[in-house]
Design a protein around this ligand. Structure first.
Ligand SMILES: C[S@@+](CC[C@H](N)C(=O)[O-])C[C@H]1O[C@@H](n2cnc3c(N)ncnc32)[C@H](O)[C@@H]1O
Length: 478
C-alpha cells in the first residue's frame, strides 16, 4: 500500500510540519486538546484556521474536516494520498478516508494508520463490520502492561492498526503480526511502512498462522467481547462462545512460547454462577507461572450496556432487541458477572496468582509485572539470610482514636507499581522499619522475638510468609 516515494513523501511532510504529539498539543492548547479527547472538534477547529501544513493535517485527520485542495497540496503529495485511498477529493475540497495520527511512548514517536474515529461531535455513524480500530484506551493498557524484555521473536495477535507492533519493534529481531481482517492487515502494513518497521504480517485466526513456531513474547489485545453470535464487529467480537477466544489464546500459549517466554493479554472472562473465576483461569494456565488481574467486574446488564454504547447503538431502534438477546445469551451460560482485566503467562513451571485489583496503578506497569514475576519465581525458600531494605516509595499510615497510645491499624502503602496497601501489626511494622540492609531477616526477627519474649520458631512461622509477600510485592528489596 504505502511504498517507496509515497511513504518517504508522507514521512517528510509529517516531520516537516511538526505533526507530532507535542506539535499537535502545542497547536491546539490544553482546552481544545482535552475537548478533542472527548470527541469534540469545535475548539480545535478554532485554533487551526491558519492554513499552514500542520493545521491542514490536524483538520483532515483529527477533526475529519474537509480542507480546500490548494491547502492540502501545499502540505502533502496529495495525488499520492488520493491514489492510496488515504484522502479523497470532493469538489474543490479534500477529505480524509483514514486516520493517520502521531503517537508517542517512552520518548519514541510513530504515526499510526487506522479507520477514522467514529462519533465525533455526537455523530451517530454505523460502523462497518471490518472497521479497524485506532489507538484505543485498551491498546494503551496493553502497551503499558508489556514486560520490558528484549525478544528475538515476538508475535502480535490481532494487530489491527499495528499499534502493539510499532511499540515492540525496536527491541525485537523478528516481529510477526496476525489478523483475520484483511483491511487490518493493510492498515498495519501502512503503519509499519510509515515508521520503517519490518513487520511479517500474516492472515489467520489466533495461532493458526504461526503453527509450529515459537516466540519469546506474545501480546494480544484480542476481540474479547463476550456476545451472542453474529455481533458483526470484527475488531471486538468473534464467533467463539463465551470467553473461549481468551481461553484458546491462554491454553495454546505455552506451545508457541520459548522456555521462559511471555504471553500477555487483555481479556474479558465469564464469572459463572457457582464457580470461582480464579479457578476457571487456573484451568487455562495449568502448570505455568501466571498472574491474572481483574481490574473491573460488571454485571451482565452493565456489560451489555457498555458494549452497545461502544457500537453506537444507544438510542437506535434495535437497541432493546439487541439488549434482550445479549442478556439472554449470558443467562443461558449462567453468567453472573463478567471480569475485565489482564493475564500474563510466563512459560516456566508454576501456578496462577489471580486477584481483583480495581485501584489506580502506576503506568507503565510492565516493569513492575516483570519484577513481581522475578521475585515470585526467584526468591530463596529460606529468607532468613537476606538483608532486606524497605523500598523508597513505602509510606506508613496509622489510624486510631484521637489521643490513643497505640494506633488501631497500621497500613504500609506503596506509591509505585500496583500501589499496594498491606495492613500489618506492630511487630511487622517494626520489622519493616528495621530493614535498612544492616541486619539479616533472621537477626531482626530474633531480636523481635526476644523483645516479645516469644519462641523464635513461632515468630518465624508467623512472620516469614508475610515478609515473603512484602518482598514479592516490592515493599522490601534485597
Ligand atoms: C481490539 S482489536 C486490537 C487491535 C490492536 N492490536 C490494539 O491493540 O489496539 C482486536 C483485533 O483482533 C482482530 N481479530 C478478530 N478476530 C480474530 C481472530 N480470530 N484471530 C486473530 N485476530 C482477530 C481484529 O480484526 C482486530 O484487529
Amino acid at each position: 500500500m504505502l511504498t517507496g516515494n509515497a511513504v518517504e513523501g508522507l514521512r517528510t511532510a509529517f516531520a516537516g510540519a511538526g505533526y507530532t504529539v507535542d506539535g499537535v498539543a502545542e497547536r491546539l492548547g490544553e482546552r481544545a486538546n482535552a475537548a478533542l479527547a472527548r470527541n469534540e472538534t469545535a475548539p480545535a477547529a478554532r485554533r487551526t484556521g491558519s492554513g499552514d501544513a500542520l493545521d491542514t493535517m490536524i483538520r483532515l485527520f483529527l477533526l475529519q474536516r474537509a480542507v480546500p485542495e490548494n491547502l492540502v497540496s501545499k502540505a502533502f503529495p496529495a495525488d499520492d494520498l488520493v491514489a492510496l485511498g488515504i484522502l479523497e477529493r470532493s469538489g474543490s475540497d479534500v477529505k480524509a478516508l483514514l486516520d493517520v495520527r502521531p503517537f508517542a511512548e517512552d520518548e519514541r514517536e510513530w504515526w499510526v494508520v487506522a479507520d477514522l474515529t467514529p462519533g465525533l461531535d455526537g455523530r451517530r455513524e454505523p460502523m462497518r463490520s471490518d472497521y479497524v480500530l485506532g489507538i484505543a484506551p485498551a491498546s494503551l493498557s496493553l502497551i503499558h502492561l508489556t514486560v520490558p524484555v528484549k525478544a528475538d521473536r515476538a508475535l502480535d495477535i490481532g494487530t489491527g492498526c499495528g499499534i502493539q507492533s510499532v511499540h515492540l519493534a525496536d527491541r525485537v529481531n523478528q516481529l510477526v503480526a496476525t489478523d483475520v481482517n484483511p483491511r487490518a492487515l493493510q492498515l498495519a502494513a501502512a503503519t509499519a511502512a510509515l515508521n520503517g518497521i519490518d513487520l511479517d504480517l500474516r492472515d489467520g485466526s489466533l495461532y493458526e498462522p504461526v503453527r509450529g513456531e515459537r516466540f519469546d513474547l506474545i501480546v494480544s489485545n484480542p476481540p474479547y467481547v463476550i456476545s451472542p453470535p453474529g455481533g458483526g464487529l470484527t475488531y471486538r467480537e468473534t464467533e467463539f462462545t463465551g470467553d473461549a477466544v481468551v481461553e484458546q489464546l491462554v491454553r495454546q500459549a505455552p506451545e508457541h512460547l520459548t522456555d521462559g517466554g511471555w504471553c500477555q493479554l487483555l481479556a474479558n472472562w465469564t464469572c459463572v454462577r457457582g464457580e470461582d473465576w480464579q479457578e476457571r483461569i487456573a484451568a487455562w494456565t495449568a502448570d505455568r507461572s501466571a498472574w491474572a488481574v481483574q481490574r473491573e467486574q460488571l454485571d451482565p446488564s452493565e456489560y451489555v450496556e457498555l458494549w452497545l454504547r461502544d457500537a453506537g447503538l444507544h438510542g437506535t431502534p434495535q437497541y432493546t432487541t439487541r439488549y434482550d438477546e445479549w442478556t439472554r445469551y449470558l443467562d443461558e451460560q449462567n453468567v453472573e458477572a463478567i471480569g475485565m482485566g489482564w493475564i500474563t503467562l510466563h512459560n516456566v513451571e508454576g501456578s496462577l496468582d489471580a486477584e481483583s485489583w480495581p485501584y489506580e496503578i502506576e503506568r507503565p506497569i510492565g516493569p513492575h509485572v516483570l519484577h513481581r514475576f522475578e521475585r515470585r519465581e526467584g526468591l530463596p525458600a529460606d529468607l532468613t539470610a537476606l538483608h532486606l531494605r524497605v523500598a523508597d516509595d513505602v509510606i506508613q499510615e496509622t489510624t486510631g482514636q484521637p489521643g490513643a497510645e497505640d494506633p488501631a491499624t497500621i497500613v504500609l502503602r506503596r506509591q509505585r507499581g500496583m500501589r499496594r496497601a498491606e495492613q500489618v501489626d506492630t511487630v511487622l511494622a517494626g520489622f519493616v522499619g528495621a530493614c535498612d540492609g544492616e541486619l539479616s531477616t533472621g537477626q531482626i526477627l530474633a531480636a523481635l522475638a526476644d523483645l516479645m519474649d516469644r519462641p523464635i520458631v513461632d515468630v518465624l512461622a508467623d512472620y516469614l510468609p508475610q515478609i515473603r509477600n512484602l518482598v514479592v510485592e516490592g515493599f522490601l528489596n534485597y
